[in-house]
Design a protein around this ligand. Structure first.
Ligand code: NI
Ligand code: MN
Length: 225
């Protein structure tokens, strides 16, 4: 299974029966030079919450590729307005797809969606544990540090994708604590340096994490899990 970092909290996941995007903020994302139309044949799109830097180009890509959007029930109602292919689930739920199992995990954050000049309800923000070819990825979404992350240790996470930018999410020190809770084999820091208010040094995070291997991924770099 392969992961590609696309800047901010966006990732491409490729494996058997899956070519998925997570939080596909592509167009207008200052941390990459990519276009949403660069992505073809996307089978699934995971969306952690309703904020614009996470929904990103979900609608354009899902429409063009007929991708299945995996998100919470409330966001599913929003995506239904655009006649998209949606699979809704909720916090704590696990389900089997043909590529492997997905569990929706809690996140401490907001999930409002801007629509027609108003903020509409996007339900609970979340993260995902995505299993592909017996490897487990944990994408935390936007979240503060939570005690619930201790439960993820038993999941035996191969690679964790954790926000480190602070202000809206965990900062470096809290993300280091999260690593201690989760004990992933590898970790990729995300959600930093896209905007001034989330400036953070991923190498400081790398120095501070003790047990997990930290990969400071470059945009478009392929990482084999
Ligand atoms: Ni957010
Ligand atoms: Mn965000």
């Amino acid at each position: 299974m392969e992961i590609k970092y696309l800047g901010h909290s966006a990732f491409l996941v490729k494996g058997e029966n899956i070519k998925a995007l997570i939080d596909p903020f592509i167009n207008g994302n200052a941390s990459n030079n990519l276009k949403s139309t660069d992505f073809k044949d996307i089978t699934h799109i995971f969306v952690t919450h309703g904020h614009g830097d996470h929904i990103g180009d979900t609608i354009e890509i899902a429409k063009r590729c007929n991708s299945k959007i995996i998100c919470n029930f409330e966001m599913g109602y929003y995506f239904d307005k655009f006649e998209l292919n949606v699979h809704t689930m909720h916090i704590g739920g696990r389900v089997k797809f043909d590529f492997g199992k997905v569990k929706m995990t809690p996140a401490l954050h907001g999930s409002g969606i801007f629509y027609n000049g108003e903020m509409i309800d996007g339900g609970n923000p979340c993260g995902f544990v995505i299993e592909v070819q017996n490897k487990k990825i944990y994408h935390a979404g936007d979240t503060g540090l939570t005690m619930d992350m201790k439960l993820l240790r038993d999941e035996k996470i191969d690679i964790a994708l954790l926000p480190i930018g602070g202000n809206y999410t965990m900062d470096i020190d809290d993300a280091v604590l999260a690593c201690g809770f989760i004990e992933p084999k590898k970790v990729i820091p995300m959600h930093y340096n896209t905007f001034d208010i989330i400036k953070a040094d991923p190498n400081e995070f790398k120095r501070k994490v003790e047990k997990s291997e930290v990969i400071v991924a470059k945009v478009n770099e392929n990482i084999t899990v």
